[in-house]
Design a protein around this ligand. Structure first.
Ligand code: SF4
Length: 338
């Protein structure tokens, strides 16, 4: 599948089927923390980056399999609202499926009435707002020329006023040394009160980011939680413990125990999407469970001290497993939301 991925297990949405509406790293931002790496096409131009017709063909094929998902989510490796057919695709999905829709967005286009109207087709909108100060906005999100954070905040406020029935869960991602000062928190508090989202999700850098930046401490997140008020909740700590798709983690470890393999080979072997396998490998690398090897220009992965590590890994993850796969008979691979 080219445009559909998952279902993946999202910390915020449950089982989520991802829909990618732009090619790899087409985005209006180039965030320092982006886990997909540097933006390759930084743009504000809305166009049909990937053909709506093909997205819907893939989606219909998936829906025919009758696999349970909590949400069909516009997300992926760039900004979904840059695809000018986003609204048409969302309407069509509403017609052909009873699934709830979610949109993960950087909100850079929410100052456009059309984009707000299209976003309102979703049941849940999860926009990012990492700072309310322009200078920091340029440092963290590195937006296209001409985007400023006041417009972004106003776009979100307009959306709340115009489509109050659509749930908004605002995400703030804290980066150490960028947006973790008292001044930043006060400005964010003011912006949050002005926008008045239903929920505020506090997150921090966990996976390897685009640049050499680091997450904030759990203590800081707890402090931010107090400052930002009752709608706030922390979603970005101990995420590996929340991850429950232990089966796929273990299958990957088992596969590369025998011989080093590329992401493509692992994905083929396990019948899983390459992007999902790639995300799991990133986590396994962070945990020190796999080693990346460059051989003749090709990247391979192999297990690292696997016997000792597997028992440690089980202690870390399995005991906390609450995977819906177990509760709801789901047999797909699964992973966390990006
Ligand atoms: S984190 Fe999201 S908004 Fe930022 S560069 Fe990556 S895809 Fe774009």
């Amino acid at each position: 599948m080219k445009y559909i991925f998952g279902p993946v297990l999202s910390r915020r949405l449950g089982l989520s089927l991802g829909v990618d509406l732009v090619p790899f790293k087409v985005c209006s931002f180039d965030c320092v923390y982006c886990e997909c790496g540097r933006t390759t096409l930084k743009t504000m131009e809305r166009k049909e980056y990937v053909p709506a017709k093909e997205v819907l063909i893939e989606l219909k094929a998936f829906l025919e399999k009758d696999i349970y998902v909590d949400f069909i989510t516009f997300s992926g490796f760039g900004e979904p609202t840059l695809n000018i057919k986003f609204g048409d695709i969302a309407s069509e999905i509403k017609k052909i499926s009873g699934n709830k829709l979610a949109l993960i967005t950087n909100a850079s286009l929410f100052n456009l009435k059309d984009v707000r109207k299209e976003a309102s087709l979703c049941d849940v909108v999860l926009p990012s707002l990492d700072t309310a100060i322009n200078e920091t906005f340029r440092r963290i999100n590195r937006p296209c020329e001409g985007i400023n954070v006041e417009d972004l905040i106003q776009g979100l406020k307009s959306f709340r006023d115009e489509y109050s029935e659509t749930k908004m869960a605002l995400e703030i991602l804290f980066v150490r040394g960028f947006n973790d000062s008292e001044k930043e928190l006060e400005a964010l508090k003011e912006a949050v009160e002005y926008i008045d989202p239903h929920e505020v999700h506090l997150n921090t850098v966990v996976r390897p980011p685009a640049e050499d930046v680091y997450g904030v401490s759990e203590e800081f997140l707890k402090y931010a939680l107090k400052v930002l008020g009752e709608k706030a909740r922390i979603v970005g700590v101990s995420h590996l413990k929340e991850r429950n798709c232990e089966a796929l983690f273990q299958a990957i470890i088992e596969a590369i125990k025998r011989r080093p393999m590329t992401i493509g080979e692992i994905a083929d072997l396990l019948g899983e999407d390459e992007r999902i396998v790639g995300k799991y490998l990133i986590d396994l690398e962070v945990l020190g469970k796999v080693q990346k090897i460059n051989h003749s220009g090709k990247i391979y992965y192999r297990g690292k001290n696997h016997e000792e590590d597997n028992s440690h890994f089980n202690a870390d993850v399995s005991s906390n497993c609450s995977c819906p796969s177990k509760k709801e008979g789901y047999n797909g691979g699964g992973s966390c939301q990006f």
